[in-house]
Design a protein around this ligand. Structure first.
Ligand code: RIB
Ligand code: CA
Length: 330
């Protein structure tokens, strides 16, 4: 039975590949895509979501809801230096589908109620929308079966500062609300160690994807180019794919080899450590989350390669200029 799923995303590069998994894997019943301020300009993120829907042949099947345009307290900090100005290597949607009139936070609360105890949410951007949903509905957290968060580091290195990973760094207050909300299952896919150890696609893996020569593999290679260059220059050996892994873990439990409970706290005040995640393992720490510590990296790559080998039936028209695709002003 496909799992009811919502992906909350700051749609750029690997976020798009994660959406493809949610749109095309038979184990997923993607109910909505909710957009949060993150990687690139907000209107561009909405366009990127519709481009991904179009390439997956799912345009009109899954609504896109615009959410928070700014973090709760911090100024928005983008990641265009990592993913390029548009996050998709200059590729453009050819549809002018508008985003839903329903705000992302309202959609999250509504879907959690409608699918109480069954809904999986995979949050692959800053946690602003999720935190606002917690504040909007006291029952929201309890209604969600599982929240998988791409974010933080397990007492390891950050990627925006030495201490903080991007999704948490952008909105630490939101992350603090989320770890304190009492989600029945809150699972972290961290930057360090998990992402940098198990999600890197180096030149050989990229070559395998390129050799598929399908519309999805060509989309991947072009949208991934900026991230590959940035991550490779940072010494990671290739492009990182934590967002895709987060959706894959939600859909394919067999990928997870080791997962442990922790008490997770988010640093809000440190001059050098704001946005850091502290994972307390001590015996007297009362767990509020788990961290996935080891996955089957080879099986994850095979899953992504097989996904990109698919040839969904796609209707494309003339390209739409960035940011002009109508979406509800919220
Ligand atoms: O730190 C990695 C996260 O930030 C991913 O979600 C990726 O989209 C980047 O922006
Ligand atoms: Ca992301």
């Amino acid at each position: 039975m496909p799992i009811p799923l919502v992906i909350d995303t700051d749609t750029a590069a690997d976020d798009c590949f994660a959406l493809l998994l949610g749109l095309l894997d038979p184990r997923a019943d993607l109910k909505a895509i909710t957009i949060v301020a993150g990687n690139v300009g907000f209107a561009q993120q909405v366009d990127n979501a519709f481009l991904t829907l179009e390439l997956a042949g799912r345009l009109g099947d899954v609504p896109v809801h615009a959410g928070a345009h700014v973090p709760l307290v911090s100024e928005w900090v983008g990641a265009t230096e990592v993913h390029g100005l548009d996050g998709v290597g200059g590729q453009r949607r050819t549809n002018a589908e508008p985003a839903s009139e329903e705000h992302a936070v309202d959609a999250l609360v509504r879907l959690a109620r409608r699918h109480a105890g069954e809904l999986t949410i995979v949050a692959i951007g800053p946690l602003t929308n999720i935190a606002l949903a917690v504040r909007r509905d006291p029952a929201f957290a309890a209604n969600v079966r599982e929240l998988v968060v791409m974010g933080g580091s397990l007492n390891g290195r950050g990627n925006v500062t030495p201490a903080a990973e991007y999704n948490i760094f952008v909105d630490p207050e939101a992350a603090n609300i989320v770890v304190s909300a009492g989600f029945p299952s809150l699972r972290f896919v961290t930057w360090d160690p998990l992402t940098i150890a198990s999600t890197v696609f180096g030149p050989e893996r990229i070559a395998q994807i390129e050799a598929l020569d399908t519309p999805l593999s060509r989309f991947f290679v072009r949208a991934n180019r900026a991230t590959f260059a940035f991550d490779h220059a940072a010494g990671l050996g290739g492009s990182t794919h934590p967002d895709s892994l987060s959706v894959a873990i939600a859909l394919a439990p067999e990928l997870t080899r080791r997962e442990r409970p922790y008490r997770v706290a988010v640093e809000l005040r440190g001059e050098h450590t704001r946005g850091a995640t502290v994972f307390d393992w001590r015996a007297d720490a009362v767990p509020n989350a788990t961290a996935i510590e080891e996955v089957d990296s080879a099986a994850f790559f095979t899953l992504m390669r097989d996904l990109l080998a698919q040839r969904p039936h796609v209707r494309r028209g003339p390209e739409v200029q960035p940011g002009s695709g109508g979406f509800a002003r919220v």
